[in-house]
Design a protein around this ligand. Structure first.
Ligand SMILES: C[S@@+](CC[C@H](N)C(=O)[O-])C[C@H]1O[C@@H](n2cnc3c(N)ncnc32)[C@H](O)[C@@H]1O
Length: 243
């Protein structure tokens, strides 16, 4: 699962017993060698789909929960102006900052995505987020989505990939259900909590919360990932527009 440059089992255990912020601070130097970093294949599929959405590109871009900066290169290519990465973890931001040192179009802000700074309001035309929604409880989605909505200009787009529900007949369903159950037990008996669940971000609930935050919502299939036997896309790109 991890390359020889990735974290050891002991390091992962210590990280998992920390808070989300501290856990990522510890993981940061090795994060890019883990499967938790969004793979280039997904980034490329999203970039290709977004490039088709707006001829002439976007103005400014925001990567919400940017981590070590997986989405920053894509935003630089899709956007003409400023690109900002926001993350809770100073360690992850330090890695992202190193990767983009000297790039005067890119800046990083340390902030909780559930309470984005007022200084970001109305400054972006495109916001993206990858691989981070498992860190938010369903009750936290309204604050997360309203903050992104406020950060966008009129007509701005909040885009993120979402996978099809995993059928209960699949071994993967049982693996993620077991992971979530272990995390619930861990969070019931250990402080500080490490919120990370795989099954708390269903498209139906997400769509309703995006609409409640003021977005209009559509989804576009990411055809590179193929379709399920019933015909539904394995992955879609959610496009939530501030209108
Ligand atoms: C799995 S990593 C994904 C990083 C990157 N987007 C990627 O795809 O490689 C999740 C990131 O979410 C950040 N994060 C978790 N909760 C957050 C919050 N409440 N506010 C801001 N960032 C948060 C973590 O610090 C971490 O960098």
């Amino acid at each position: 699962m991890f390359s020889s440059h990735g974290p050891s089992v002991r390091e992962l255990a210590v990280q998992g017993l920390s808070s989300v912020e501290r856990g990522y601070d510890l993981l940061a130097p090795k994060f890019d060698h883990t499967p938790f970093r969004t793979p280039d294949r997904m980034l490329d599929a999203v970039e290709e789909t977004l490039a088709r959405q707006r001829e002439g590109g976007f103005g400014s871009g925001l990567d919400v929960c940017c981590g070590t900066g997986a989405g920053i290169g894509m935003l630089r290519r899709l956007c003409r102006d400023r690109v900002t990465g926001v993350d809770l973890s100073a360690g992850m931001l330090a890695e992202a900052g190193r990767a983009h040192a000297g790039d005067d179009r890119v800046d990083f802000v340390r902030a909780d995505a559930r309470a984005l700074p007022a200084g970001l309001a109305g400054r972006y035309d495109l916001a993206v987020s990858f691989g981070a929604f498992g860190h938010f409880l369903p009750a936290e989605r309204p604050a997360l989505f309203s903050g992104v909505h406020a950060a966008l200009r009129e007509g701005g787009v909040f885009a993120f990939p979402i996978g099809a529900p995993i059928p209960v007949s699949s071994p993967v369903w049982w693996a993620v259900a077991a992971f979530d159950a272990v995390m619930r037990v861990r969070n019931a008996v250990w402080w500080p909590p490490f919120v990370m669940y795989y099954r708390t971000f269903p498209l139906g609930g997400v769509r309703a919360d995006l609409r409640a935050a003021g977005f209009t919502v559509e989804t576009v299939p990411l055809e590179r990932f193929g379709r399920l036997p019933g015909g539904a896309p394995r992955w879609r790109l959610v496009l939530a527009r501030r209108s």
